[in-house]
Write a protein that binds this ligand. Structure first.
Ligand code: ZN
Length: 156
């Protein structure tokens, strides 16, 4: 199947209806299908839409950032963290490698810190309003590189 380059606008709301994230008016999000840049459930919905079409897309956690996994939460001694001051909401890279997971501080006691390696949106249902702005066939070069070239993509 011919892979497409898709540009779209979106507004993302959580279950309470609060806006979590949105594309800017001037700059739609542009992605190459199958490159893993956007979550699968959203990519599937956009694939079936025509240019100019607007749709509401709600995704269960498993189609978005996955279920919340209690095993991704661990308690460590405060002393293992690279800083003196720690508060709830702080984020750390769990290792030296730049691909190491990001962990979030979710609880702080005098000696212990609870770290959560789940994605912040894990376990959450997502509610998107999307509008497809443009679609075109991906070029062979884009497919080989695994990313979009030109506006909204790599400039090289
Ligand atoms: Zn390239």
């Amino acid at each position: 199947m011919q892979r497409q380059v898709v540009s779209f606008h979106y507004v993302l709301r959580d279950e309470a209806g609060e806006v979590v994230d949105a594309s800017s008016k001037e700059n739609p999000i542009t992605f190459l299908e199958g490159s893993g840049m956007i979550i699968d459930g959203l990519e599937k919905a956009l694939h079936d839409m025509a240019v100019g079409e607007q749709r509401k897309v709600s995704l269960e956690p498993e189609d978005a950032y996955g279920a919340y996994d209690e095993r991704q939460v661990q308690e460590v001694d405060r002393s293992v963290l690279p800083v003196d001051e720690v508060k709830v909401g702080d984020m750390f890279q769990a290792g030296q490698d730049r691909h190491s997971p990001i962990v979030r501080v979710i609880e702080v006691t005098e000696e212990k810190v609870k770290l959560d390696a789940n994605h912040p949106m894990a376990g959450k249902r997502l509610f998107f309003d999307v509008e497809v702005v443009e679609k075109r066939d991906a070029t062979e070069e884009e497919i080989a590189h695994g990313h979009v070239h030109g506006p909204g993509g790599h400039q090289h």
